[in-house]
Design a protein around this ligand. Structure first.
Ligand code: FAD
Length: 164
């Protein structure tokens, strides 16, 4: 586990009440898909746990200072349900967040068969993205079944399809 300061790169709506936050910072403690981070949010005593949807080396998105430059990124997808996630939805780019990383055991991808079936619903879907990405990179033929309460709450169907 590590405590690190991350900087928000983008924080945008993805579906009804659901946002995607991309941060940059030291992701070295995130070693497996299915792990989560714990965010300190100003004014709230307890940190809020959010799954790692994606992480690793990437490039800074267009339109931001440093666009195109290499950066370590962390993608979180969260649903606004209360005080903490409401505060997250208000955060702009360049906001700094205190993040505990490398939490949880995550999934052991070496134990997957050749045709893994991933099933998730709502905010259970985000960690499956990094899992599907890593399984696909290992040559597995992944099938993902994603469930949502309503059509306007659905997200990431295209992103999963794009993994092939
Ligand atoms: C290991 C782990 C990983 C998680 N990963 C994610 C993730 O990737 N994305 C994500 O959006 N959430 C995720 N969650 C849930 C997330 O931590 C909570 O939704 C968040 O802490 C709520 O904080 P809040 O301050 O907004 O709401 P609070 O003020 O704590 O709660 C407000 C009200 O909403 C209710 N509530 C709280 N959480 C939920 C919920 N999930 N669904 C419906 N009602 C709820 C509470 O019972 C309360 O009545 C994860 C939780 C855990 C334990």
């Amino acid at each position: 586990m590590q405590e690190r300061i991350f900087t928000i790169v983008s924080n945008e709506p993805l579906a009804r009440d659901t946002f995607r936050m991309v941060l940059t910072g030291d992701t070295s403690a995130i070693t497996r898909p299915g792990q989560f981070v714990n965010l300190r949010i100003g004014g709230l005593y307890l940190r809020r746990p959010i799954s790692v949807s994606d992480s690793g080396p990437g490039t800074c998105p267009a339109g931001l200072p440093g666009a195109g430059l290499p950066m370590d990124f962390l993608t979180l997808i969260y649903k606004v349900v209360g005080q903490g996630t409401e505060a997250m939805a208000e955060m702009g780019s360049d906001t700094e967040l205190d993040v505990l990383t490398g939490l949880g055991n995550g999934f052991d991808v070496s134990r997957a068969g050749g045709r893994p079936l991933l099933i998730g619903g709502g905010v259970g879907v985000p960690p499956l993205y990094k899992l599907a990405k890593e399984l696909t990179a290992r040559g597995c033929a992944v099938t993902a079944v994603l469930g949502f309460n309503t059509a306007d709450e659905a997200f990431y169907a295209d992103e999963f399809r794009a993994l092939g």
